[in-house]
Design a protein around this ligand. Structure first.
Ligand code: MG
Length: 190
């Protein structure tokens, strides 16, 4: 019994947390008034130079990732899933880019937020490749969920977000919170 769980915007409110920080960085550090793209996992401005983006990643994204607010009751329900006997694997894109070091803080972050886990897989672009023996895959990104449906036997649960709110696929279970995830999985076990 295994569950693979994404991190950003699935167990924590990454984009909502960094959105205001991107705006503040743009206004107060760069002294610009750029349009911020809040739909990115890490909100940013497309008007920033590569150097300005790198500085944002290094000085704010990496340093603040320990402080991203966890989603409501994520700890409660992931602990309950663990009690049902599931092996919990976190699977994330973090660390893929050279200047992104937020993969390194994950064990400390999960401990800080009382989230149990058995494995952490970082730097993954094609998450479906790691789902061979997983009963469930939980993620918020449309492509990740689509690929998991196409190329794995896992049941796919999509955490709703601003970017996937209009997306619908009858093979994917769409949820709004961790209580719904737990109740869905529990109902299948019972
Ligand atoms: Mg995500």
């Amino acid at each position: 019994m295994k569950i693979a769980i994404d991190i950003d915007n699935t167990i924590c409110n990454t984009s909502n947390f960094y959105g205001p920080l991107a705006k503040q960085y743009d206004r107060e550090v760069l002294h610009k008034n750029s349009i911020i793209d809040y739909n990115k996992i890490l909100p940013r401005s497309l008007e920033w130079t590569q150097q300005e983006l790198s500085y944002f990643v290094e000085s704010i994204f990496n340093k603040e990732s320990i402080n991203i607010p966890i989603k409501e009751d994520a700890s409660l329900y992931i602990n309950k899933l663990k009690q049902l006997g599931y092996i919990i694997t976190f699977i994330t894109y973090r660390g893929m880019k050279d200047d992104d070091h937020t993969d390194l803080i994950i064990p400390e972050y999960l401990k800080k937020n009382n989230i149990p886990y058995d494995n952490i897989i970082t730097k993954t672009k094609a998450k479906y490749k790691y789902l061979d023996d997983c009963d469930y895959f939980i993620d918020d990104v449309i492509n990740n969920c689509d690929d998991a449906i196409k190329y794995s036997n896992s049941k796919v649960i999509m955490m709703s977000s601003d970017t996937n709110k209009d997306y619908y696929n009858d093979k994917i279970i769409k949820v709004n919170n961790w209580k719904e995830i737990y109740e869905y999985i529990k109902s299948e076990v019972d």
